[in-house]
Write a protein that binds this ligand. Structure first.
Ligand code: BGC
Length: 413
């Protein structure tokens, strides 16, 4: 086997999930409200999700059994602090049991403190459009770290700090929100007793002010976590596409990359690491973002099957942030599991190329452990290594899970 790829000793191998996408019945969160509006843009509500809240022990055992040595999960602010200033010891204990279960199975926990969802009460107060939110987020991080910190291996403050800005500049400007978006926004704002201009759940906080609040929240929460556990590695995660330019599109691409990636990578320069989350590439021409290239396979998400994007984005992050890197998400929404397998094989070759070139990549987390709730798109996209029958909640391991688990166990392939 002359093509064998060996990863560095201690390389972290894991899968990732986010609380709202797997736990079920996250009723005190902003998303729960949005999913149930008459004019909702969500294709279906999250409901029971995959009931990970109750089935985590079985799930964690399954991931360990497959061969992984880490698990990236998120804790839910809306559950831990369902009313402002009232923290739930029962929920904190729940997460403590969950993290203990990970350790019992030798899965080291990477914990994300915020993965898109926020408590309802926060949005009523102006959410991610108001600077006070940074402090409130840090206060929650202090509480959570006091209760759980000794069990956490790596901490991510906020997931994909750049996604609100990306949604505002790339996706919504292209009209992808659909014709009912205005109605939805008006109704949603009303549900939180605010105006559409001031309505700012995390994903909708796409203004420069939203960006400033989110980065302030990162800095303050990092300080809060470090105050409790100085040695815990803390970082943020960024949604990264391999931003390519066709001839003449270089200036547009550079400007987008500056605004949507570099600003955030620069904000991570003092951090212990930066989490890179990559799925595909994005092409730009002189007039802006381009549609997928003709002839290139598409994933269930409508973007290109482009596993090599991970290598390009790791290199970009190394150049701009200059801190250790962890691939905190990488994966594909595909019905045909053999496409997932090829995606992971090629993506890992790409990561291996980075390692050969001396990049400090410390881990790889597949998105996702399970088929789960893909936000506005509901349960249709299937990113999981493990399928879930949502009637019976039975878990079904896919071949790609066995392959990736074996890679993790062997620390190479
Ligand atoms: C997010 C996940 C999401 C995944 C696949 C990432 O942007 O962190 O929550 O499910 O992409 O679309």
């Amino acid at each position: 086997m002359n093509n064998h790829v060996q990863f560095p000793k201690g390389f972290r191998w894991g899968t990732a999930t986010a609380a709202h996408q797997v736990e079920g019945n996250n009723i005190n969160s902003d998303f729960w409200v949005l999913e149930h509006l008459p004019e909702t843009i969500f294709v279906e509500p999250s409901g029971d999700a995959i009931d990970h809240y109750h089935r985590y022990a079985e799930d964690v055992a399954m991931l360990a059994e497959l061969g992984f040595n880490h698990y990236r999960l998120s804790i839910e602010w809306a559950r831990i602090e369902p009313e402002e200033g009232r923290f739930s010891p029962a929920v904190l204990d729940h997460y403590r049991r969950m993290l203990e279960t990970c350790h019992q199975h030798s899965l080291k926990p990477v914990v994300t403190y915020h993965h898109f969802t926020s408590p309802r009460w926060l949005i009523g107060q102006g959410g991610w459009g108001k600077m006070e939110t940074a402090e409130k987020f840090a206060r929650y991080c202090t509480k959570a770290t006091q209760h759980l910190g000794d069990l956490i291996e790596v901490a991510c403050t906020l997931n994909e700090v750049n996604i609100p800005r990306m949604a505002a500049l790339l996706w919504l400007s292209a009209g992808s929100g659909g014709p009912d978006r205005g109605k939805f926004m008006a109704q949603a704002a009303q549900a939180f007793h605010t105006t559409p201009e001031r309505f700012a759940p995390f994903m909708f906080a796409g203004t420069p002010q939203g960006r400033n609040v989110i980065l302030a929240a990162h800095h303050q929460s990092k300080a809060a976590i470090k105050a409790e556990r100085p040695n815990l590695p803390v970082g943020l995660t960024i949604a990264m596409q391999d931003m390519q330019a066709v001839s003449g599109g270089e200036a547009v691409r550079d400007q987008m990359r500056q605004e949507l990636q570099d600003v955030y990578l620069q904000a991570a320069r003092e951090d212990d690491f930066v989490g890179i989350q990559t799925y595909s590439r994005e092409r730009f021409g002189p007039d802006g973002r381009l549609d997928p290239e003709e002839g290139v396979e598409l994933t269930q998400m409508g973007y290109e099957f482009w596993p090599e994007a991970i290598g390009a984005t790791l290199r970009r992050a190394r150049d701009v942030a200059g801190v250790p890197l962890i691939v905190t998400e990488n994966g594909i929404g595909a019905e045909d599991d053999s496409r997932r397998l090829e995606y992971y094989q090629r993506a890992l070759q790409s990561v291996a190329g980075c390692l050969r070139d001396g990049l400090d990549v410390r881990g790889y987390f597949a998105w996702s452990a399970f088929d789960n709730y893909e936000w506005m798109l509901g349960y249709r996209p299937t990113f999981g290594l493990i399928a879930v029958d949502r009637e019976t909640q039975k878990r079904i391991v896919k071949p790609s899970a066995r392959w990736l688990g074996a890679v993790a166990r062997a620390n190479g392939f």
